[in-house]
Ligand binder design. Structure first.
Ligand code: GLC
Length: 652
């Protein structure tokens, strides 16, 4: 049962697509004080909070404060309140009661879940305007399903997007891309896609190709396609200011860029230097920008990633002027501790400055809004521009799309990746813990940069990371400029990498099937143990094992030098300790805690009683998977007990 309540005069976000009447009664569970812009709830000892999508810390969100304020922040330490996403849905589940809540507001909102006061949950609004949905149900899964039912079906990528993708900031030219594919093919490590980061563009201009690096892009896309490889270019939110650049000139002519209060276009800076931001909230601008993807579709491109769409801002022209002015006070001075750090703050404060988000406006649904009031739906609407355009431009064929910034509603147009993580063991755990919350919010096609984006990876971390990432729909190895190269073929145990990535390809029929079932039934792909076993108190304590689809539980290893780990089984299961598709041992393990060994190249997969896991013969490309030749690993059932979802993987 879902009830809708309204606070103030909220700005529509188009995230909920079902129309629900607004209740006249006060919002249940929560109290409001007349002088405060917040809702408060007294938590009981056993109350746990799940959801909020892509945020830091564990699966149960209690004990910290999370602020929905889409941020370009590459340091995802546990003290960070905001990452790239704003996904304001959670379920509070306690001993006696449970409910779900969706806080629909495009502005900033904080979820203080026992941070200020250990037992108080406060939702603190920047502007006290929101639509609040309260969802009651018999279980966490039931509440999630009801919520998903009102926000519309999740985005479905082409099946090849379940294959492995290799990325780097950046492969600088055709030959580098060719080498990547050749190296993978030579070692029989499967691969379906290579990502093109910003340097494929001419001076970082969206919808251009640098023709020195890619002199015959059309032929190159075809050459790769003939090998079964999809090239996936990045698209950034800022449009370079440059006379003669068609996107810039059209945007100026049609007035599609975000404006300052005085009516001039905002000048911000990102990769290309000075840019304007298309007003993605404006329907016409969205239509126009969406059509621009045709430039690349016409080359045969069939996948994209949308980036820097919080939006990230290095500086605005206006703020930079102010900073140069302020710095004059420091020139020639003997800077002491205070003045030196103050000066550093002035310069450091240029990037992604909150003040800058108040310098520009949007023309949204016939009204003008200052950016900060609608900040959290900017990236969403960039991806919506693309998603809506793909329906027009590619009506028969699915196009891969995922975005860095997101808001609920965007899950209908694309997936997400979890941004600029680091090659840290703690970020492998973060990846594991973010997946269920993303599932809850409808972001089923998701994953993190495997191996970590920033910092230098080590071979063991990369291998352990791959061992988890073979279960995430988006399975992409990506890393930053200046860091150690982390393509699998650069390490010593290439055979192990090969076997693990090939196991992923064996799992694709299952993963795709479970993904599609989750889409069609508004279900989850990654499920914490307590969602499945609500009566098992111990299941609530486990935050590093997940069910993936209906048949399996994974227990990834995320600690340096570990040769095994403790695993909790809520009931008897069948362990498959995989080294490869045809090399694994099997053991029945009883309910309870166990220390289970797993060498560096071994993956722990537990099959649930009465369930089966289909496995395909490994191939080097997703489209070569032979669905007529599946073997089933079953536990007290047979293969007929598994319902395999199959389609052509490409038509809409
Ligand atoms: C941003 C993206 C990252 C990309 C880089 C260069 O940091 O998050 O994935 O590689 O920009 O485009």
């Amino acid at each position: 049962m879902i009830k809708k309540y309204r606070i103030g005069n909220p700005i529509e976000t188009d995230s909920v697509i079902t129309s629900i009447d607004i209740e006249n009664s006060p919002i249940p569970y929560f109290e409001t004080a007349s002088d405060k812009k917040e809702l408060t709830f007294k938590m009981e000892k056993k109350d746990r909070i799940y959801g909020l999508g892509e945020t830091v810390r564990g699966i149960n969100k209690r004990g910290f404060i999370y602020t929905s304020n889409c941020s370009d922040d590459p340091i995802h330490t546990e003290d960070k309140r905001s990452l790239y996403a704003a996904q304001n849905f959670f379920v509070l589940w306690g001993k006696e009661k449970g409910f779900g809540m969706y806080v629909d507001t495009p502005g900033q909102v904080s979820f203080d879940i026992g941070y200020t006061d250990k037992d108080t949950f406060s939702i603190i609004f920047e502007d006290f305007d929101a639509d609040i949905y309260i969802i009651r149900g018999g279980s966490i899964k039931d509440i999630v399903k009801q919520f998903r039912g009102i926000i519309g079906k999740s985005y479905v990528p082409p099946r090849w997007a379940f294959g492995f993708g290799q990325s780097r900031w950046s492969y600088m030219n055709e030959q580098e891309v060719r080498d990547v594919v050749e190296n993978y093919d030579k070692l029989n490590i499967p691969i379906d896609s290579v990502y093109l980061d910003i340097d494929y563009m001419e001076r970082y201009k969206d919808f251009t190709i640098d023709d020195e690096r890619f002199p015959n892009f059309k032929a190159f896309v075809k050459e790769m396609a003939d090998k079964g490889i999809h090239l996936v270019p990045i698209i950034d939110a800022g449009v370079k200011i440059e006379e003669g650049y068609d996107i810039y000139e059209e945007g100026i002519k049609e007035d599609y860029f975000c404006k300052k209060e005085n009516g001039e276009n905002l000048v911000a800076a990102v990769w290309p230097g000075k840019v304007h931001f298309p007003d993605f909230l404006n329907e016409d601008a969205r239509y126009w920008f969406g059509n621009k993807y045709k430039f690349l579709l016409d080359y045969g491109i069939d996948g994209f990633w949308n980036d820097m769409n919080e939006p990230a801002i290095f500086y605005t022209e206006d703020h930079l002027k102010e900073v140069f002015e302020q710095l004059k006070d420091y020139e020639g001075k003997n800077l002491d501790i205070r003045s030196f750090f103050k000066m550093q703050d002035i310069v450091g404060g240029l990037e992604n400055n909150e003040e800058d988000y108040r310098r520009f406006y949007h023309d949204y649904k016939g009204k003008r809004y200052r950016h900060d009031k609608v900040h959290n739906i900017f990236g969403y609407n960039m991806t919506r521009a693309a998603g809506e355009a793909f329906e027009r431009l590619s009506p028969d064929k699915r196009i891969l799309m995922f975005s860095r910034s997101s808001y609920i509603g965007m899950h209908r147009y694309g997936g997400v990746w979890c941004g600029d993580n680091k090659s840290w063991w703690s970020h492998l755990l973060l990846n594991i813990q973010q997946m269920p919350a993303l599932s809850m919010c409808g972001f089923l096609y998701s994953g993190a940069d495997v191996g970590g984006f920033g910092a230098d990876v080590t071979e063991d971390l990369l291998m352990r990371w791959v061992e988890f990432a073979i279960f995430t729909p988006l399975f992409r190895n990506h890393s930053a400029e200046g860091t150690r190269r982390q393509e699998f073929y650069r390490f010593s145990e290439t055979d192990s990498f090969k076997n693990i990535v090939r196991l992923r390809y064996s799992l694709i029929p299952y993963l795709y099937s479970e993904f599609m079932k989750a889409v069609n039934s508004d279900g989850m792909l990654f499920t914490p143990l307590c969602f499945e076993y609500p009566d098992d108190d111990m299941a609530y304590e486990v935050e590093d094992q997940l069910f993936v689809g209906e048949s399996i539980m994974v227990a990834p290893i995320y600690k340096q030098n570990a040769t095994g780990r403790y695993v909790y089984l809520p009931e008897e299961m069948k362990l498959c300790r995989f080294r490869s598709y045809d090399d694994y041992d099997v053991e029945i393990i009883g309910q309870g805690h166990h220390y289970i060994e797993a060498e560096l190249n071994e993956i722990l997969v537990f099959i649930r009683k009465g369930h089966a896991l289909p496995l395909a013969v490994p191939t080097d490309r997703t489209e070569k998977i032979d669905y007529s030749d599946l073997k089933y690993e079953c536990f007290e059932c047979d293969e007929k007990d598994y319902e395999l979802f199959v389609d052509d993987g490409i038509s809409r």
